[in-house]
Write a protein that binds this ligand. Structure first.
Ligand SMILES: [Zn+2]
Ligand SMILES: [Zn+2]
Length: 308
């Protein structure tokens, strides 16, 4: 190290000038920290960013839910419920940041769903940060296994499914649920239905619609493991590799998806929107657009959104 240290700033006019220069509504000033792309579809806003080995983070504000913690854009802290797909560092690194920010801002304790085999280590990580930071990190960690179901609210349910990566991982589906009058009672009037209800007869049934599917990192077996991936209004999925010369067995072994896997399954996707993300940084954006544009079948062209 060379050079003389700068003298400490004098407390006084200079400093207060600087403070006074901040706008009064300083909390509303956007702080550039992490890139966020945004796309609105059918009343749902998909927000986030994802590149392989760099960072992945997503949220759907209308559903009050987020997925993964590769980074934590300032605004994302307002979302109280999160789902962690797996603990690769580019998906989990900002978890303590998120929990800590919410506590500092006096927000309610968040709920974080995460693969059950990771919970002890995530707890230990938080405990170490708590010691280092000397600040509490209050959060409710919910361990999940595949094929489970959790109530998010009266209207929304969360389910999990198995994904296939190099470390324990799960995928998530958010469902809309509503009560619908059973078919056999469709022709009855309000009074008749009320009478049936008084007799303790269940007149309605629950109807579920998968709204958002989040795959996280997985090879194509994860997609196929859960039919709702193909039916959800919005599917957020990874396509890490696209170039022709990549060996697919190797890609699958490392728990990722190639563009060819998507093309092979083109007829299965019933989604209104497929967010294709998590692309490898070895490709340039225009290279990705060109290659995908050249090869994508017509049936997916107007539904697959490259998230770059
Ligand atoms: Zn990843
Ligand atoms: Zn990963």
């Amino acid at each position: 190290m060379s050079g003389t240290p700068k003298p400490a700033p004098k407390r006084g006019d200079d400093e207060s000038d600087h403070l006074l220069a901040l706008p009064e509504d300083a909390t509303e000033v956007a702080i550039e920290n992490a890139p966020v792309r945004r796309h609105v579809h059918a009343g749902l806003t998909v927000e986030g960013y994802s590149r392989a080995a760099m960072q992945s983070y997503w949220r759907i504000p209308e559903l009050k839910i987020g997925f993964d913690f590769g980074l934590q854009p300032w605004a994302f802290m307002a979302t109280q419920t999160w789902c962690l797909s797996h603990t690769h560092i580019d998906h989990v690194a900002a978890l303590p940041v998120y929990v800590s920010r919410r506590r500092l801002m006096h927000m309610p304790v968040p709920t974080i769903y995460l693969p059950e085999s990771t919970i002890d280590d995530v707890r230990a990580m938080l405990a170490i940060f708590q010691r280092l930071d000397r600040g509490r990190l209050p959060c409710e960690l919910v361990p999940v296994a595949p094929e489970q179901e959790y109530d998010l609210s009266r209207e929304h349910v969360l389910t999990t499914y198995q994904t296939y990566h190099t470390i324990p991982s799960v995928g998530y589906i958010v469902w809309d649920r509503r009560k619908k009058l059973k078919d056999e009672y469709q022709n009855l009037n309000g009074e008749q239905i009320r009478d049936l209800r008084y007799q303790g007869i269940e007149v309605s049934r629950e109807v579920r619609v998968p709204l958002v599917a989040y795959l996280g990192d997985s090879n194509p077996r994860g997609l196929d493991a859960c039919e709702a991936n193909y039916q959800a209004k919005i599917l957020i999925m990874e396509i890490t590799f696209i170039a022709k010369n990549h060996r697919r067995e190797k890609i699958h072994k490392f728990g990722h998806i190639h563009l060819d896997d998507v093309i092979e399954r083109a007829e299965r996707f019933q989604n209104e929107l497929i967010v294709a993300s998590h692309l490898s940084t070895r490709y340039h954006d225009d290279q990705i657009r060109r290659m995908v544009d050249k090869r994508l079948p017509a049936s997916l062209r107007d539904r697959l959104l490259l998230w770059l």
